[in-house]
Design a protein around this ligand. Structure first.
Ligand SMILES: Nc1ncnc2c1ncn2[C@@H]1O[C@H](COP(=O)(O)OP(=O)(O)OP(=O)(O)O)[C@@H](O)[C@H]1O
Ligand SMILES: [Mg+2]
Length: 263
């Protein structure tokens, strides 16, 4: 369903992704793990054709994703829902208007039908009757649920989740994790969860991929990850400050990463 083949991406001197290859199976939940700055959001941007890789290829439903192929992008983008890292809701629009937006922009549906669809989506994410609220009247967990309702508005085949649990308390975090599993099972969506929070996907993913320095340092089932003796993977899942993953960067490396991000 999603094939990533020999992907490279750099920003100036900063090498972000380095010969990355993996696949995401239809109907499965794939967890892509990696610390901050490992290139998770960059990868999502490439999957939806917002930016091109420097080298390598992305294939979704067997079609190559390239920024200059508008026809394929328009077709594929309708089949992909994205839950953005920051809920990215329009603050001056009601919950109803936020969720309706993709349907208004991409379909010819009658406003009354759209209204019913909005209610259905809110039901699916566990927030019935919240249509008239403004995003800021909701807590961060509820905002993520609304953003998710918007992401699934066009009934996509694939949902990409960028840090779905970041900034959430443990209960909201569990709720969103449960929702990811429910949507995956009930709506048979292929889900890819990009996260820095291994605990959130350990119990729900069929496959986990850990990125380190732009490369895949582990790929396997959650059980295989729990059992691995690889010190780097163990350090990551245990959140241990000591081990092969260096917490501190040299000043040169830090400056380099700032230059890479055009700050
Ligand atoms: N448009 C850009 N121009 C320059 N540098 C960029 C750009 N986008 C991302 N970067 C840099 O690329 C690296 C990877 O960024 P990215 O946002 O993909 O990481 P991430 O894994 O999503 O991190 P986080 O967990 O913080 O969300 C970072 O060092 C970032 O500063
Ligand atoms: Mg990110």
């Amino acid at each position: 369903m999603i094939e990533v083949i020999g992907l490279y991406k750099r920003f100036g001197e900063l090498k972000v992704l380095n010969d990355l290859s993996f696949t995401c199976e239809p109907g499965h939940i794939t967890g892509i793990l990696g610390r901050g700055g490992e290139g998770k959001s960059t990868l999502i941007k490439m999957l939806v054709g917002a930016i091109d890789p420097d080298e390598g290829e992305i294939r979704i439903f067997g079609r190559e994703i390239r920024t200059d192929d508008e026809e394929t992008l328009n077709d594929i983008r309708r089949k992909i829902g994205v839950l953005f890292q920051h809920a990215a809701l329009f603050q001056n629009m009601s919950v109803r208007e936020n969720i309706a937006l993709p349907m208004v922009e991409n379909t010819e549906l009658d406003p009354k039908i759209i209204d019913i669809m909005v209610k259905m989506k809110l039901d699916q994410v566990g927030l019935p009757d919240f249509e008239d609220y403004l995003p800021r009247q909701l807590n961060p967990g509820m905002q993520k649920h609304v953003a998710l309702a918007r992401a699934i508005a066009l009934e996509p085949k694939i949902v990409l989740y960028d840090e779905p649990t970041s900034g959430l308390d443990p209960i909201s975090s569990r709720a969103i994790t449960k929702l990811i599993t429910d949507l995956n099972q009930v709506l048979k969506m292929t889900s890819v969860v990009f996260t820095n929070d291994p605990g959130s996907v350990m119990e729900i993913a069929h496959k986990l991929i850990l990125l380190h320095h732009g490369e895949i340092c582990f790929e396997g089932t959650p059980d295989e990850m729990k059992q691995t003796e690889d010190p780097l993977v163990r350090q990551y899942i245990n959140g241990d400050p000591d081990g092969p993953i260096q917490l501190r960067q040299s000043r040169e490396e830090y400056e380099q990463s700032l230059l890479g991000s055009n700050l």
